[in-house]
Design a binder for this molecule. Sequence first.
Ligand SMILES: [Zn+2]
Length: 322
Amino acid sequence: MTCGFDQKTNTTLESMSAELAFNRSQDVDYGVAQEVAPGIRRIVANNPGPYTFLGTNTYLVGCGEIAVIDPGPADERHLKAIAGAILGERLTHILVTHSHRDHCDGARALQALAGGEIAAFGPTGTPRGAGAPGLGDGFVDQSFVPDRRLEDGDTVRGPGFALDVLHMPGHAPDHLCFALVGKRTVFTGDHVMGWNTTAIAPPEGNLAQFLASLERLMQRHDKIFLPAHGGRIQTPQRVVKAYIMHRKWREQTILACLDDGVGTIPRIVERLYGTLDAGLKEAAALSVLAHLEHLINREIVTAEGPADWLSASYLRPSSSPS
Ligand SMILES: [Zn+2]
């Protein structure tokens, strides 16, 4: 049986996503504030891992009066490094891109050390976490409530800076990006990262929203992205386009599985990703689920059998030879 999609198109999509060749050679000096652009310093938290790369980037924006973007984990050394770097300056805002623990856990402790108003999107009223109860949902702080709730279109101002608030759900329902007004620079959090593609794990992650948020970034003409993990992105439009292409390519590979009768998530994961360790297998399964949900919502795919997503069978009923 053929793959059910145009091989030539797929090759193009595959080569586009191959452009996601990230520069992972970033040198990191934990706890040291480094200027990454005029008026912007970065301190990397010492929390490296399979989802955080070398650690969470905390950005200090401004001079004299400072906004911190993503205080990072509740790691005393990291928080003291932030407070030390801005000694003699005033911390006005602690901005949080989203309530994943590696971004928000340090917010209250940093506030206790250095002051500042904690501002973020806040509770969403939608299911949070990933997968089934007890599976991979410890990375969200479900009780996180900021001092001030931010919405799309708000602007956070300091004496030397203004940050436009962009609500960019997809990786997380509360995900915000912050655009530095007049500088064509966006702090992208985990929405677009400098070292890897972004994890979309339902229900926390929503692929349709993620793609819409990427399209929104495409409409902007920014010059620099400063992500929460990995180095600065100098070719933002190209990376966003490659992110979108990567997802289209992944969707085609999943449809090809269904057309070949490979219709359960564990079997799709095995075919697409080969042998993975348990943690990565879970992440891969959730990513495939995100794609299947997006296909089901567009009535391209149906689910049959057990209600639980890991055991259900997925079909592409109207597959017509192209
Ligand atoms: Zn995250």
